[in-house]
Ligand binder design. Structure first.
Ligand code: 13P
Length: 257
């Protein structure tokens, strides 16, 4: 049985004070909850402050990126060891904003995935097609490429520490989410690919989140899909009331199944 995973990607938002307030609000509401896994991904400068607030609670903490080296002369970059040191258990890799705005390649993301897992971090590995790729019926082709290159060389055991986030680029920050049916279709394809690459046990257990304009109104119908095992939330994760409503939607779905 896969546990639903509701994660907030704060991107390059918040201040020290609003990050603390947001984390405290989530801890007050869900710090003891065991039904749904809740995660927060603050900007690097606020990781330690948020770590203090979530310590000992059921909320997990993660970084939004890392550099694929243990340490070294890489000005401006952050290593997996530093993330672990700050209390992170997870890291988001392959996010479309890094792929398409910063220009990260599949091969570079693959290096990051290996580095993160070897260091003992769990990975939220993001994939998703652009609008023109969907319109050209290339969604599955893009997902297959991103999975085979991004997860190349991992062992079956390592894949158990990877969460996949299906985030269609056209749905991110646009207010236009994938329908539950579109998400279910993509997630079923992704699960099938994981089965081909890493065996049926991994396909069965891998957690696949949906991301892209998730809000309190659409979260429950997305989470109710059999192959949607969680959500990766951007904008709506920055408001305690909205993020809480999404977690509550997950709790209702978990109770019903
Ligand atoms: P929005 O929820 O703001 O569309 O962002 C989704 C996302 O990119 C999460 O990683």
């Amino acid at each position: 049985m896969r546990k639903l995973f509701v994660a907030g990607n704060w991107k390059m938002f918040t201040t020290l004070s609003s990050a603390r307030q947001l984390a405290q609000g989530i801890v007050d509401g869900f710090g003891e909850n065991e039904k749904v896994l809740v995660g927060v991904f603050p900007p690097f400068p606020y990781l330690l402050a948020v770590a203090e607030i979530v310590r000992g609670k059921t909320i997990v903490l993660g970084g939004q990126n890392l550099y694929p080296a243990a340490e070294g002369a890489f000005t401006g970059e952050v290593s997996p060891t530093m993330l672990l040191d700050c209390g992170c258990q997870y890291v988001i890799l392959g996010h479309s904003e890094r792929r398409h705005k910063i220009g990260e390649s599949d091969a570079f993301i693959n290096q990051k995935v290996h580095t993160a897992l070897n260091a003992g971090l769990k990975v939220i590995f993001c994939i998703g097609e652009k609008l023109e790729e969907r319109d050209a019926q290339k969604t599955n082709q893009v997902l297959e490429r991103q999975l085979t290159t991004g997860l190349a060389g991992l062992t079956q055991e390592q894949v158990a520490s990877v969460v996949i986030a299906y985030e269609p680029v056209w749905a991110i920050g646009t207010g236009k989410n994938a329908t539950p049916e579109e998400a279910e279709q993509a997630h079923t394809f992704i699960r099938g690919q994981i089965g081909q690459m890493f065996g049926s046990a991994n396909a069965e257990s891998v957690v696949i989140q949906y991301g892209g304009s998730v809000n309190p109104n659409n979260a429950e119908s997305l989470l109710a899909q059999p192959n949607v095992d969680g959500v990766l939330v951007g904008g709506a994760s920055l408001k305690v009331d909205q993020f809480s409503a999404i977690i509550e939607a997950g709790m209702r779905v978990a109770s019903a199944s």
